[in-house]
Ligand binder design. Structure first.
Ligand code: NI
Length: 180
């Protein structure tokens, strides 16, 4: 397995719209394994292929504390969205930044598993939030797009400063906020 580099906002490659996966082979499984390794080491609870500069519709998620619930969603489509809930989100591509985002509380998703089999599931809670955040990535959208332009300007400045200073890049994360 290999740990992949995670693109950081405002890298324009994060704005790429990912294309559907059409071939379900050993190479796909290898790339999914690399994404899990990258996500676990970050550490985060979700990662979209777009974040590692791979522009196909692949998402990995594990919201468990002990890394026991790896989930792969390939070519996900939201069939139903219900309810509204506000929660604090973070993102591995926007390190050290956390803010409130409104999402659907419950979603129904159709997707392919890593073998190419079509599946449908109803999700709620953190898994539903995480999936919506990651599907946004596949569409070239980031959680900071839901914030005001003023906030985005501040975030860009803060990230630039962090990158300049390096070492200071390990911004203290609030333990409660998921990094997706
Ligand atoms: Ni993210």
């Amino acid at each position: 397995m290999a740990r992949l580099a995670i693109l950081e906002y405002p890298d324009p490659r994060l704005r790429t719209r990912a294309v559907p996966v059409t071939t379900f082979d050993a190479a796909l499984k290898q790339r999914v394994a690399d994404m899990f390794e990258t996500m676990y080491e970050a550490p985060g609870i979700g990662l979209a292929a777009s974040q590692v500069d791979w522009h196909e519709r692949v998402i990995v998620i594990d919201i468990s504390d002990d890394r026991s619930q790896p989930e792969v969603f390939i070519n996900p489509e939201l069939l139903k969205l219900e309810g509204r809930a506000t929660g604090e989100e973070g993102c591995l591509s926007v390190p050290g930044i956390f803010d409130d985002v409104v999402r659907a509380e419950r979603v129904q998703v159709r997707y392919h598993d890593v073998e190419g089999k079509v599946r449908e599931r109803d999700l709620d809670g953190m898994l539903a939030v995480c999936l919506q955040h990651e599907i946004d990535h596949l569409d070239g959208k980031l959680f900071v797009d839901y914030l005001s332009e003023l906030k985005r300007q501040r975030i860009r400045k803060k990230l630039e400063k962090g990158r300049r200073e390096r070492g200071a890049s390990a911004a203290p994360a609030r333990a409660s906020a998921p990094r997706l």
